[in-house]
Design a protein around this ligand. Sequence first.
Ligand SMILES: O=C(O)CCC(=O)C(=O)O
Ligand SMILES: [Fe+2]
Length: 261
Amino acid sequence: MKELIAVPVERKQKNVSALPYHGWVGPCNQVSLLYEGFGLEDASNYDSVKSFTQLMWPDGHPRFCNTLHTMTTQIEELNKLIWLMIFDSYGLGEKWESVMINYKSLVRFMKYMAPPPGEYEKGLFAHTDKPVSTIICDDQVSGLEIEVNGQWIKLSLSPSSFCFVVGDPLKAWSNGRLKAVNHRVIMSGEKDRFSIATFAIPVEGTIIKAPKELIDEQHPQLFKDFDFMDFFLFAFSKPAKHIDSGEQLQAFASLSPPISD
Ligand SMILES: O=C(O)CCC(=O)C(=O)O
Ligand SMILES: [Fe+2]
């Protein structure tokens, strides 16, 4: 990752995408002055990894390319395994093929700079994830926090462990059974933090809908069926900027008025 951060900014700026949050974002006020992130779309596809490394390094950095491809295919497998465990836990294991969401992995490589000495500063604002789910790994420099009952809890990931984050679409898919946790990154201490997040981005035209088995009289349908990309683009649109990240799904797809906890 340090090699990626060391790439000249003119080349980093070539890491662009038509989709929000899919390309390079340098330190800025909208996100954070401590934050820098790269985006790699369709990350388990070798050609796509190769195009990325060729964009970053004139020689394409074959060692980086191969290691990255191995990592992304394995994380994608891990994500699928977790989804299958979720399906199974709702008695849908046998039907996994009909409830599976086809997706591509978007990998984001992130660096959060250490704040000035003694300071406690935002690295990434509080949000719920807009992709279906996310797998995060970091370099054990803490910073990731989750909100539980109004309290922020710092997570310390142990070496070689991963954090699975439920995104808003998975909450909708599960008819509200799974919660999309509000999370943020707060930096303190002297060390920079490096993290890699792998997001599940459904393929074009995917409709997010709760399986009929998860809807009944006791569990009425909470969200209308929606096209993933419509929701994703809505979440990054101007009107949605005024809506709390955790409320965007409700605002976009709710079938009932909000229920307070
Ligand atoms: O860097 C992290 O640990 C979290 C990143 C994150 O939440 C995100 O990119 O959505
Ligand atoms: Fe996130």
